[in-house]
Design a protein around this ligand. Sequence first.
Ligand SMILES: Cc1cc2nc3c(=O)[nH]c(=O)nc-3n(C[C@H](O)[C@H](O)[C@H](O)COP(=O)(O)OP(=O)(O)OC[C@H]3O[C@@H](n4cnc5c(N)ncnc54)[C@H](O)[C@@H]3O)c2cc1C
Ligand code: SF4
Length: 327
Amino acid sequence: MLRLPPFRYLAPRTLEQAVHLLAREGEQAMPVAGGTDLYPNMKRRQFTPPVLVGLRGIEELRRIEGSPEQGMRIGAGVTLATVADHPVLQRHYLALATAAASVSTPQLRNMGTLGGNLLLDTRCNYYNQTEFWRQSIGYCMKKDGDVCLVAPGSPRCWAISSADTAPVLVNLQAQVRLVSERGERVIPVRELFRDDGIAPYTREWDELLTEILLPPADGWRSVYLKLRRRGSFDFPILGVAAALRLNNDGTVADARLTLGAVASHPLEANDAAARILHQPLSPELIDAVALAAAKRARPLDNADLTINYRKQVTPVFVRRALKQLMA
Ligand SMILES: Cc1cc2nc3c(=O)[nH]c(=O)nc-3n(C[C@H](O)[C@H](O)[C@H](O)COP(=O)(O)OP(=O)(O)OC[C@H]3O[C@@H](n4cnc5c(N)ncnc54)[C@H](O)[C@@H]3O)c2cc1C
Ligand code: SF4
C-alpha cells in the first residue's frame, strides 16, 4: 500500500485566510482542493509538501455566477460534477461541460475541482510511477534525476498537459483570477501555461486560482472530443476542443481549435482553423483543416498507445469535432 508522507493540514474558512497562510508558510506549502491529483502524487513522492492549505472550507470558491449574455464566473473550487451537470454550461458552453464530464470517475468528479483540473501536474509514463519504480530506472529530470528518459539528449522535460478542461478553456478564451497577499491579477487561461513539463504553470507559489471567467457565449458553439484507451475512465491521449460561430448565411464567422494532451501545454491551432473562415464548410475544407491542425501535434513516446497511432488519429478527431459543430 502506498502511504502519504507526513504533512500539516491547515483549513482556512476564507480566501483572505488562505492566501495569508500560503504566504506565511512559504514556498514549500501547497494548496489542495479535491486532492484527487495531489494526494496520489504525494503517495508516489512526486511532491512532499510539509504543509497543505486545504481549500474545501472556502465557500467563496464554490460559486457559479453570471449569465451567457454577460459571461460566467466559476469558482475554482466548483467540482467537476457540478460543471458537468450545470444546465446553463451544458447549453451555452457545451465543450466545458463535456470535458468536465469526461474526467476520471463519478467519485473523483465529486471531489475534483475545476481549478485543480486546470493545475493538474503534467504526466509521463516514466514519471507517473511509484517511488520504487522511478528509483529502479534512476529517476528522470522532472523529479530526482538528470536525464529525460523519453528524449535522453533533450535539455527539457516533455511531460504532457493532460487536463481535459484546459484545452477547452484556452479555446473559449476564458480568463483566470489569481489572488495572493500581494494583490490579484486576471490573465487569459493560455497565459497560465508554459511549454515546460517540469514547471508548466505561471502561477506564483503564493497565488491561489480563485475563479475562471468565461466570456459571453455570443453565438459560439463548442465541442470537446477525447481519445482514451478505456471509455469508462482514463486520462486523455488526445483532446480536441473546437468552437465555431456561424454567419446567417451558414458561412463561418469565427473558428478556434485547441489540442490537449499532445504537448506540455494546450496547443492552439487557430491558424488551421482560420482556413474555414468566411466560407461554407465542405468535406474537403474540413479535411484540409484537420490535416493542418494535426501537423502541430508531435506526440512522443511518453503516453498510452503508439506514436504512429496517435499521429494518425489526430486529424480524424479534428474532422469529427468540426462535423459535430456543423450538425
Ligand atoms: C484514477 C484517476 C483518473 C483521473 N482521470 C483524469 C482524466 O481523465 N482527466 C483529467 O483531466 N484528470 C484526471 N484525473 C486527475 C484529477 O482527478 C482531476 O484533474 C481533478 O480535476 C483535479 O482536481 P482536484 O481539485 O482534485 O486537484 P488537487 O489534487 O487538489 O490539486 C491539483 C493541483 O492544483 C493545485 N491547486 C488546486 N486548486 C488550486 C487553487 N484553487 N489555486 C492554486 N492551486 C490549486 C494543487 O496545489 C495541485 O498542485 C484523474 C485522477 C485519478 C486519480
Ligand atoms: S518527459 Fe522526460 S523528463 Fe519529463 S517526465 Fe518524462 S521522462 Fe521525465
